[in-house]
Design a protein around this ligand. Structure first.
Ligand code: SAH
Length: 203
C-alpha cells in the first residue's frame, strides 16, 4: 500500500510511516478485511464509507501538522483517518454524527492505545469551540461551502482541508489562515459523503 502511495506522489515520510503502521483491516468489517490494503474506499456501518488510502494520505499531507499541533477532525467514520492523524499530530479532537460509528471508532482507537484522541458524537459542522484554535482542521464529508465556524476555529498559520461541493461534484480545498486573510487553494476532484448539519447540508 505504501509503495502505491509513493508512486502516486505522497512524499511526506511521516505520513507514509503512519500509513505503514496503522492496521487498516481493523477498521473494516471482518468479511472485507482481505480488501483493506487495496487503494479503494470500503463500506462501513451506517451507510458510510472508509476513505481510500490515497485520499487519507493526501489530506494528511496537505494538513502539514506536527506533534506540537492540535487537530479537529469532522467525520470520524471508521476512525482510520483519526488513527493516522494521531501518529503525525499532537492531539486529535474528532466528531462523528452517527452514534454507532463514534462508538466503534472509540473502541478501535482504544485497542490501538492511541491516547491522544478524543472522539465525540455531535454535529461537526459547527466545530468544537472548547478546544479551539486548531492548527489543523480536516473534514471527511462535503459541505456546500467551508462552514464559517470552522474558519473561526482555525489558528492563524493553520490549515483546513475538506471537500466542498454537491453530492456529485466536489473539489478538495485547503484554507490557509494568516493574520490578514484566508487563502483558498483547490486540490482536484474528490468524492465524499455529504456533511449533514447546521452549517452544511440539511439531509
Ligand atoms: N475518514 C473516515 C471517513 C468517514 S466518511 C474514515 O476513514 O473512515 C464521513 C463521515 O462523516 C461519516 O461517518 C458521516 O457520518 C460523518 N458526518 C457527516 N456529517 C457530519 C457532521 N456534521 N458532523 C460529524 N460527522 C459527520
Amino acid at each position: 500500500m505504501v509503495k502505491n502511495l509513493r508512486s502516486r506522489g505522497i512524499k511526506d515520510e511521516r505520513v507514509l510511516k503512519a500509513m505503514s503502521v496503522v492496521p487498516r483491516h481493523l477498521f473494516v468489517e471482518e468479511a472485507l478485511a482481505y480488501k483493506a490494503y487495496g487503494d479503494h474506499p470500503l463500506p462501513i456501518a451506517g451507510g458510510q464509507t472508509i476513505s481510500q488510502p490515497y485520499i487519507v494520505a493526501r489530506m494528511t499531507e496537505l494538513l502539514e501538522v506536527t506533534k506540537a499541533d492540535k487537530v479537529l477532525e469532522i467525520g470520524t467514520g471508521s476512525g482510520y483517518q483519526t488513527a493516522i492523524l494521531a501518529h503525525v499530530a499532537g492531539m486529535i479532537f474528532s466528531i462523528e454524527r452517527i452514534e454507532e460509528l463514534a462508538r466503534l471508532a472509540k473502541a478501535r482507537i482504544r485497542q490501538l492505545s492511541l491516547d491522544n484522541v478524543i472522539i465525540r458524537c455531535s454535529d461537526g459542522s459547527v466545530g468544537w469551540p472548547e478546544y479551539a484554535p486548531y492548527q489543523g482542521i480536516l473534514a471527511a464529508a462535503a459541505a456546500p461551502q467551508v462552514p464559517q465556524p470552522l474558519i473561526d476555529q482555525l489558528a492563524v498559520g493553520g490549515r483546513l482541508v475538506m471537500p466542498v461541493g454537491t453530492e456529485k461534484n466536489q473539489i478538495l480545498v485547503r484554507v490557509c489562515k494568516t493574520e490578514k486573510s484566508t487563502k483558498i487553494e483547490e486540490h482536484g476532484s474528490v468524492i465524499f459523503v455529504k456533511m449533514i448539519g447546521k452549517q452544511a447540508y440539511e439531509s
